[in-house]
Every structure is written in C-alpha cells, then in structure tokens.
Design a protein around this ligand. Structure first.
Ligand code: UT7
Length: 335
C-alpha cells in the first residue's frame, strides 16, 4: 500500500496594514537605517495597531482567506493547531478562539508553544493525524502579535519583530509529495538567553514586574545568534546529506527570518546561493511562528509540484529543526 503523506495544499495570510519603518524607529530609539540594514536586514515590519484586536483576529482572517482560496467550508476542518507565543490570553487557547471566530464547529484545537519553530513543530504534530488516516483536513495557524510583547524603548529588540498570521491547509496525499522527513530538537537551558521574565507562574504579574518592564521579550542577542547559526545549519545540512539533496536538486531553503546574516550563514554551510533561499525579512521582520509559512505564501507562484524544499527554524526554548518536503501543487491556485 502506498504511504499516505501530509501535503500542504494551500496557504492564507493576514498582514496588518501599518508599516513601522526604520525611519520611524530612529525617532523612537537611538538607531539608524544603516545599522539595521547592515546588522539585520529589515526595512519595515507590520504592526497591528487597532485597539481590541489580538492574535486570534489575525489568525481568523488568515484562516478565512485560506478557506476561500481552497474552496473549503469551516466545517470541513477536522483539527486546528495554533502556533503562537502571543496568545490572546493565558487561557483558553487562542486556537479555540480562532475556531469560534471562523465558525469551525467540527474540529478540536489547541495551541503549540515553540516560538520561532512553532510552524515546523505544528506541521509535524498535525502530520501524525493525517498519516494515520484519522484526519483529512488540518489547519495550522502560525500567528504572533509580537508588538504586544515588544519594548519600544529597547533598541536591541524593538527593531526585530513584526506582527503577522498565516493559515496552512494540510491534506493526505498518496502521491510522492508532502512531508518526507523531519529533525526536531529542544534545549531547555536556552531559556536563560531568550524569554519573558514575568507573567507566568514563576514570577506572576505585579506592580513591581510592570515597573521593571519584565513583560517584554528579553534576549541576549549575540548568544542567540551563535546558537541560531550553528543549530539551523547543522539540521539543514544533516537533512541534505540524509536525502542526497544538493544545490542542484534543491528548489528552495525556507529559513526562519530573524536576521539576514543568520540566513546567509546557513545557506553558505549548505553550499547554496541566495537564489535558492526564500527571503522576505526586509518587508516583515521577525514574525516568530509565521516567518516560514509567510515565505511560502510570498513565493507560492514560483513553486511547482515535486519541488524539493527544506524548512529550517531556530527559536526560543531553545527549539530548532528542519523539515524536508516535496511541494504538492503548481503556482498560486487563488490568483
Ligand atoms: O528569532 C528567534 C531567535 N532570535 C535570533 O535569531 C536573533 C539573534 N540575534 C541577532 O540577530 C543579533 O544578535 C541582534 C540583531 C539582536 C544584534 O546584532 P549584533 O550584531 O549581535 O549586535 P550586538 O549586540 O553585538 O551590538 C553591536 C553594537 C553594540 O555597540 P558597541 O558595544 O560595539 O559599541 C551595540 O550597543 O551595536 C550596538 N547596538 C545598536 N546600534 C544601533 C545595539 N543595538 C543597536 C541599534 N542601533 N538598534
């Protein structure tokens, strides 16, 4: 019997309209367009400015676009997973709120917290339900309202992040396309270098934690940078070797978009040129869980059935990993 694989069969996205440019940031903190472009490679990021709007609103908009684009109804969906580190609230899960807002009634849902590796961890989690034949349609939402946890007085972090949401449809395929392999890792020691100090059960929110600005992203940039380069490159190269993938038969590397220098270093270790790397960091910055599917969304029209794609991510946790997949359809079916 032919193996059932998990194929990505559509991608939707939501990007807030407001563009926070480097020029505007220079009026907020001591920085410059030149420094940001040289050290990171970001020109602008999208920010969800509307009051009362949260991660679930972006996620729901992305799911609605996905359903329209792929000709599905809300009740066709069996399971919805939301990869996020900026849930609407501590509980219940943002996935449940998205399902409610979209009118998905026949599915169960849950959140998955793997920061910038959220999409790849969720894709593999979802694929288990499809490969066993249990489910036919699973939606992975990758959504983060990073502006809600960014300290716009801290020049070392405030220029990195943007807000965005994507929704990816996964379906079974008996053809030789879809997810072929994955390598995932975590190292909990990494929590010391990248985290939010307060608001959890270790340091519950108090007037003190607010005064000390402990509800924002804390990052030791240089340490995280070194781990990100070596760990992402390690898994991507391991994946290439395991499946005899070379620069010639790889269509695209889809790396997490945290820093252009990290992306270039990973591509160098893989022996591939920039033309084989999906890059949109300049337009959106680091949108945490959403970066990889947002690249796939932007490059969708360039993809063809059977293309070899390697995904690679690194994020808080630490979490990191790589997925090898064969693309399942031609071009952009919604265009
Ligand atoms: O997505 C999750 C995983 N996260 C990542 O992968 C992020 C990894 N880290 C990074 O991408 C980089 O470490 C940053 C972009 C966060 C920082 O870049 P860096 O090249 O590591 O800068 P640095 O912290 O070593 O600082 C270099 C210099 C310092 O000045 P001195 O000490 O050399 O005089 C900083 O004070 O740049 C200074 N600096 C700035 N200058 C202008 C730091 N932030 C800024 C700024 N504008 N915004």
């Amino acid at each position: 019997m032919k193996k059932i694989r998990t194929a990505i069969t559509g991608i939707g996205a939501f990007l807030p309209e407001y563009k926070l440019t480097n020029e505007e940031l220079t009026r907020m903190v001591d920085t410059s367009d030149e420094w940001i472009m040289q050290r990171i490679g970001i020109k602008e990021r999208r920010i969800l400015k509307e009051k009362g709007k949260a991660t679930s609103d972006m996620g729901a908009a992305a799911v609605k676009q996905l359903l329209a684009k792929t000709g599905n109804k809300p009740d066709d969906i069996d399971l919805l997973i939301c990869a996020t580190i900026t849930p609407d609230m501590q509980f219940p899960a943002t996935a449940n709120i998205i399902a409610h807002k979209v009118g998905i009634h026949n599915a169960w849902s849950f959140d998955l917290n793997a920061a910038c590796s959220g999409f790849i961890f969720s894709l593999i989690t979802a694929s288990q339900f499809i490969e066993t034949g249990q489910y036919k349609k699973v939606v992975v939402v990758a959504a983060d309202k990073m502006s809600a946890i960014t300290n716009y007085k801290d020049r070392t972090t405030c220029l990195l992040f943007g807000d965005a949401a994507t929704a990816t449809l996964l379906e079974p395929s008996a053809e030789d396309v879809g997810v072929i392999d994955h390598i995932h890792h975590v190292d909990g020691l990494g929590r010391h270098h990248l985290h939010i100090k307060a608001g959890g059960s270790l340091h519950p929110a108090s007037i003190e934690t607010v005064k000390k600005e402990e509800h924002f992203v804390y990052q030791e940039g240089q340490t995280v940078f070194k781990f990100a380069v070596s760990r992402m490159a390690d898994v991507a190269v391991e994946m290439m070797k395991k499946h005899d993938i070379t620069s010639d038969n790889l269509k695209f590397l889809v790396p997490h978009q945290a820093n252009m220098r990290i992306i270039d270093a990973v591509a160098r270790r893989m022996g591939i040129g920039r033309e084989k790397v999906m890059i949109n960091i300049e337009k959106y910055g680091n949108t945490t869980a959403a970066t990889i599917p947002l690249c796939l969304y932007d490059y969708e029209s360039q993809l063809k059935k059977g293309d070899n794609i390697i995904l690679a991510a690194f994020g808080a946790g630490f979490t990191w990993g790589s997925i090898y997949l064969k693309w399942a359809y031609d071009g952009n079916p919604g265009s």
